[in-house]
Design a protein around this ligand. Structure first.
Ligand code: MIC
Ligand code: SF4
Length: 641
C-alpha cells in the first residue's frame, strides 16, 4: 500500500504496536537532545536510572536557554550539565554555540532518523526529513536509556504546497497560514506532512521555520520530504554522506489535505496574545512599533539574517524603535561576520544579541509598558516577554526588518530589495564548541552546585482523593502560565524554590494555598478549559504542581506533551465528558473522587462536587502504561523499584 512519508519512517522505527491511527505505538529513538532549562532535571532523572552510558546513537546537551547568569545558579547548572555529559557519553554544546534547534539542524539532523528532544520545538528538524518530537525530560531520559518512545499513531494531515512565494513573502507566512487554518488547539495526535510541487523551491532553513511552528498547532511533528534541497544543505555542511532521498509514495492517502497556493500567499502576522491569532500584515500597516526582535529557533538562520541585512542596508533604525538581532548559532554569527553582513546590521543600529534563546523566553529585552514588539519568534503568550501589558506580534524577518526602519508595521510584499536569497554553497563550520565525551569516563566527577536538587518523588495514588478546586482557569492555559520562565528560569533545578512560582501570573497565592492543603492532607484539583498545558514541553509544569500537592487536572482538553508529563509525575489528567460541566464548578468547591483504582480500568470517573451536591462524569484518556504510572505515583517510582 502506498505510504505517507511519516508512516515510512515510523514503520522503520516501530518496536511496539501496529501503525493504526489512534493506537498506541512505541518507536526506537536514534537521537536525543536537551537544552539547559529542561536538561538538568532530565539528566538527574537519567542518573537515577543507574545506567553507565547513554544507549541511543547520539545524545546532545545544549546550553542556550539560561545564559543570562544573574546569580550563581545558571553557571552551576552548566557545570553540572558539562560534567554529567562527559560521565554519561553525551555531546555537550557549550553556551555560545547557539540555539539547540538551529545547531542540531546544522550539525546532526539527518533524513530518516528519529529525534526526541526535551523542548517543544524539536520538530524543527522535520525540515530535513527527520521525525523529531518534543517531550518531557523524563521521556527523553528513558530514550537515552534505550527505551522506546510511546506515542499515539498519528493522523497524517497533508499540506500540499503549489506555486512559489512572491517577493517579500516568507516561509514564516506559510506556517502562519497553517496556523490560521488549524489554530492552536484540537490537533493532538496529528502530524503535518508537506508535499506537492511548491516544496522544491523551499530551502532546508525555510522548511525548518515551517516545522518549528507546527508545535504551536500542537501536532506531534511536521515533516518535509528529503530531496535535492536537502542534499544541497547537507553538502554545504560537508554532511552529504547522511543524505537519503525520501518522499511519500505515489498515491499515498492523507487523512486530510490542506492546499496552499504560494503565489497567492501574502505576509501574515500573529496578533497578541496567541500564535493562532492570524491577520494580514496589511491589515495592521502603520501601527507604531517600539521594539523589533529578530532571532529565536524559528528565524535566525544565515539566510534570514542575509535578508534582514539586505533590507536594512543604507538605513538607520527608526528613532522610536529598539532593534535586537540574535544570530541563531555561532556558525551563523561567523558566516555573517566573515561576509560583511554583520557590519551592515551594526551600521543600521541593530543591537547584536547573544546566539541564544534570550528574548524569546523572556530572559531579557522585555518591552516597555503597553509596548508593541514585533518578533520573528514563535510564541506571543501574554506576559512571556516579561511585560504583562506588552503586545507581541509574530512576523517574518522581512516584515520585522522593514518595520524597524519605518517605525510602523510595514508590509514587505513586493517591497524588499531582492528576489530570493540563495543557500550558500559552503557554510563555515567547526565543532570546537562541542565537547565530545571521553571513551572512559570513570574518573569524571559530576559537579553539583547548591541549586541542584533531586527530582522530587510522588506517593502512590490513593483510592479516594478529597480536597478542593484550588484554582479554576480558562481556555488555552500555557505552560508559561503554569510555570513561568524568564526571571524564574534559574530555579529550574531547584524544585522547592521553583514551585513557589506556580501560576504566579494567574493567581499569586496559589502556591501557598496548595502547600497548606498538602500539609492538611487535602488534595488539590486544577479546573481548566480547553487546551490546558499548550506551549512548552517543560515537565516542571507537572513536577512543581505535583510537589505542591496537585493530584488531578480536570479540563475540557489537555495538550499532548503536558498530558504525558502529568502522567509521568502521577497527576491524573481528567477530561469533562460534558464540557458545560466546567461552568458548574467554582474555585474553592469541595471535591471528591473515589473508587479511583476501579475507575482506572475503563477510564470512567465520577467527580463529586460536595459544595454543589452534584456529580460530574469525567474520562481518563491514557494508555495502559500511563495508567500504571498514575497508580504508582509517577514513572520514576516504577523505574527505581
Ligand atoms: C519555550 O519556547 O517555551 C521553551 C522555553 O523552549 C520550552 C522549553 C522550556 O520550558 O524549557 C519549550 O518550548 O519546550
Ligand atoms: Fe529557545 Fe524560544 Fe526556541 Fe524555545 S522557542 S527553544 S525559548 S528560541
Amino acid at each position: 500500500m502506498a505510504q505517507t512519508l511519516c508512516y515510512k519512517i515510523l514503520s522503520a522505527h516501530l518496536v511496539e504496536g501496529n501503525l493504526i491511527k489512534g493506537e498506541p505505538i512505541g518507536i526506537r529513538i536514534d537521537q536525543t537532545l536537551t537544552q539547559d532549562a529542561t536538561g538538568t532535571m532530565c539528566y538527574l532523572e537519567f542518573e537515577s536510572m543507574n545506567i553507565d552510558r547513554v544507549r541511543n546513537e547520539l545524545a546532545v546537551s545544549y546550553v542556550d536557554h539560561n545564559t543570562v547568569q544573574v546569580g550563581f545558579e545558571n553557571f552551576d547548572d552548566h557545570e553540572y550539565l558539562r560534567t554529567v555529559a562527559a560521565k554519561k557519553g553525551i555531546v555537550y554544546s557549550r553556551a555560545g554555540n547557539g540555539i539547540c534547534h538551529q545547531v542540531q539542524l546544522e550539525r546532526f539532523a539527518l533524513p530518516m532518523k528519529t529525534l526526541l528532544g526535551s523542548d517543544s520545538h524539536t520538530p524543527t528538524q522535520g525540515g530535513i526529513g527527520e521525525i523529531a518530537i518534543g517531550a518531557g525530560g523524563l521521556d527523553v531520559a528513558l530514550a537515552m536509556a534505550g527505551f522506546p518512545f510511546r506515542l499515539i499513531c498519528p493522523k497524517v494531515i497533508g499540506i500540499r504546497l503549489v506555486g512559489k512565494l512572491a517577493r517579500g513573502v516568507a516561509a514564516k507566512d506559510i506556517i502562519l497560514k497553517v496556523l490560521e487554518r488549524f489554530g492552536v488547539k484540537g490537533n493532538v495526535n496529528s502530524v503535518f506532512e508537506y508535499f506537492g510541487p511548491g516544496v522544491s523551491s523551499l530551502t532546508v532553513p525555510e522548511r525548518a521555520t515551517i516545522c518549528n511552528m507546527g508545535a504551536e498547532c500542537g501536532v506531534t511533528f511536521s515533516i518535509f520530504p528529503s530531496d535535492s534541497q536537502t542534499y544541497d544543505f547537507l553538502k554545504a555542511h560537508d554532511r552529504q554522506q547522511g543524505f537519503i532521498e525520501l518522499h511519500a509514495d505515489e498515491g499515498a492517502v492523507y487523512d486530510e489535505v490542506f492546499e496552499i497556493n504560494l503565489d497567492d500567499l501574502r505576509p501574515l502576522v500573529a496578533l497578541p496574545h496567541s500564535p493562532g491569532n492570524i491577520a494580514a500584515v496589511s491589515s495592521i500597516s502603520g501601527l507604531p512599533v517600539n521594539q523589533v526582535l529578530i532571532g529565536s529557533c524559528t528565524n535566525s538562520s544565515y539566510m534570514d539574517l542575509k535578508k534582514v541585512a539586505s533590507i536594512l542596508e543604507g538605513h538607520t533604525v527608526a528613532p522610536t524603535v529598539s532593534l535586537g538581532i540574535a544570530p541563531g548559532s555561532r556558525e551563523v554569527l561567523e558566516m555573517i561576520s566573515r561576509d560583511g553582513t554583520l557590519s551592515i546590521l551594526v551600521k543600521s543600529g541593530a543591537r547584536i544579541l547573544e546566539s541564544a534563546c534570550g528574548f524569546c523566553i523572556g530572559n531579557h529585552q522585555s518591552p516597555g509598558t503597553d509596548g508593541v514588539s514585533l518578533r520573528t519568534s514563535n510564541r506571543n503568550f501574554e506576559g512571556r516577554s516579561g511585560t504583562k501589558s506588552g503586545k507581541l506580534y509574530l512576523v517574518s524577518p522581512e516584515t520585522a526588518a522593514l518595520s524597524a526602519i519605518y517605525g510602523v508595521v510595514t508590509d514587505p510584499y513586493e517591497n524588499v530589495p531582492y528576489d530570493k536569497i540563495e543557500l550558500p554553497e559552503k557554510y563555515v563550520h567547526d565543532d570546537d564548541m562541542f565537547i565530545f565525551p571521553p571513551e572512559d569516563s570513570k574518573s569524571v566527577e559530576v559537579l553539583r552546585g547548591p541549586n541542584i536538587g533531586e527530582p522530587p518523588k510522588n506517593c502512590a495514588l490513593q483510592d479516594v482523593l478529597s480536597g478542593d478546586a484550588t484554582i479554576k482557569v480558562g481556555d488555552k492555559i500555557t505552560t508559561d502560565h503554569i510555570m513561568p520562565a524568564g526571571a524564574r528560569l534559574k530555579f529550574r533545578s531547584n524544585i522547592p524554590v521553583y514551585s513557589t512560582f506556580v501560576f504566579e501570573g494567574v493567581d499569586p497565592s496559589f502556591a501557598s494555598r496548595a502547600l497548606e492543603n498538602k500539609k492538611s492532607g487535602s488534595a488539590c484539583f486544577v479546573i481548566a478549559g480547553y487546551s490546558y498545558g499548550q506551549g512548552s514541553s517543560r515537565e516542571h509544569a507537572a513536577i512543581c504542581p505535583m510537589y505542591l500537592g496537585v493530584k488531578a487536572v480536570v479540563a475540557k482538553s489537555i495538550e499532548r506533551i503536558h498530558q504525558a508529563n502529568l502522567c509521568n509525575f502521577g497527576i491524573l489528567p481528567l477530561i469533562f465528558d460534558n464540557p458545560d460541566d466546567y461552568d458548574k464548578i467554582d474555585a474553592g468547591d469541595a471535591l471528591e473522587l473515589d473508587n479511583i483504582y476501579s475507575s482506572m480500568k475503563d477510564g470512567i470517573f465520577m467527580l463529586f462536587d460536595k459544595t454543589k451536591g452534584i456529580k460530574i462524569p469525567l474520562s481518563l484518556f491514557a494508555t495502559e502504561e500511563q495508567k500504571k504510572m498514575l497508580l504508582a505515583g509517577g514513572r520514576l517510582n516504577m523505574i527505581e523499584g
